[in-house]
Design a protein around this ligand. Sequence first.
Ligand code: NAD
Length: 315
Amino acid sequence: MAKIIVTGAAGFIGSHFVETLLQQGEEVIGIDEFNDYYDPMLKRKNIAHLHQSPGFTLIEGDMQFLDWQKLLKDVDIVYHQAAQAGVRASWGKAFRGYTERNINATQVLLEAAKDAKHLKRLVFASSSSIYGDAETLPTHERICPKPVSPYGITKLAAEFLCELYHKNFGVPCVSLRYFTVYGPKQRPDMAFHKFFKSILQDEAIPIYGDGQQTREFTFVSDIIAANLAAASTPEAVGEIFNIGGGSRVILAEVLDTIEEIVGKSIKRNHIEKAMGDARHTAADVSKAKKILGYQPQVSLREGLIQEWEWVKSLY
Ligand code: NAD
């Protein structure tokens, strides 16, 4: 049995981690500050059913101010998911929250990890946002990152910090660049959650721009599987991997699939393109396939059905 820390444990992706790891019989320390970027009650709900698990401890607090040396003493793996997410909200005054939660919080963790003799792996949740409007699609890891949002800049900075602490102090970091993640518990500011909620409430769904933007969508269980492989594959240490869902789709076409799933036609409300959104994203996952044995398992249709069922149970 391993002792594992999940930061951002009550969030969308973090809560799936905690659930999977507890099912596997691991001892899990979850850390979350339950900030109000979105309704903290949703986060409490995400992990409510896990509190009775004997292997689970929840630490409520801002990871910037925790005693990490003590926390990491006998920990084997850290899955670092805590962050201030959201590209569109990262402009203006909000940027301070992004630097604190994405850069400073990561640096504090890495400083303590330097001296954590027991630590075997620190897996960092990076993002496809670091690429911005990439010149090559699908995008491979060697392309020069050019974020188009302040959020992307903070994720890139944190990724570079992981690399520095690996090179200089041997911290066993791996960075995974997630491409748009979806599934049950998805954040309420994310597209599919907003779409399904609008459909339930019989409102028009908001679409940024002309709807011709393409996205690589990744189901949350594929993200978890990639992380587990990154934590257990020796060759992964010091590396960066794209993690995508295996298919790139035009947003307008996803809406057709959604119509089929919900069984009714949906009203669309085109709104102005948002600053910070990349026009297209597509992942070249050949490195993850080769080194991590990564193979996305969940098709977009299958994943959307699961998210729709969850949204219906929520509202
Ligand atoms: P989320 O907002 O649902 O979860 C993040 C959690 O971290 C929240 O519960 C929040 O309260 C917590 N948190 C933030 N700062 C903290 C701090 N300083 N101390 C303690 N807790 C803190 O977001 P998510 O969508 O689950 O994203 C998880 C990770 O994946 C993030 O690092 C994000 O940048 C990355 N990512 C997500 C996506 C996606 O499509 N969802 C894509 C690429 C990368």
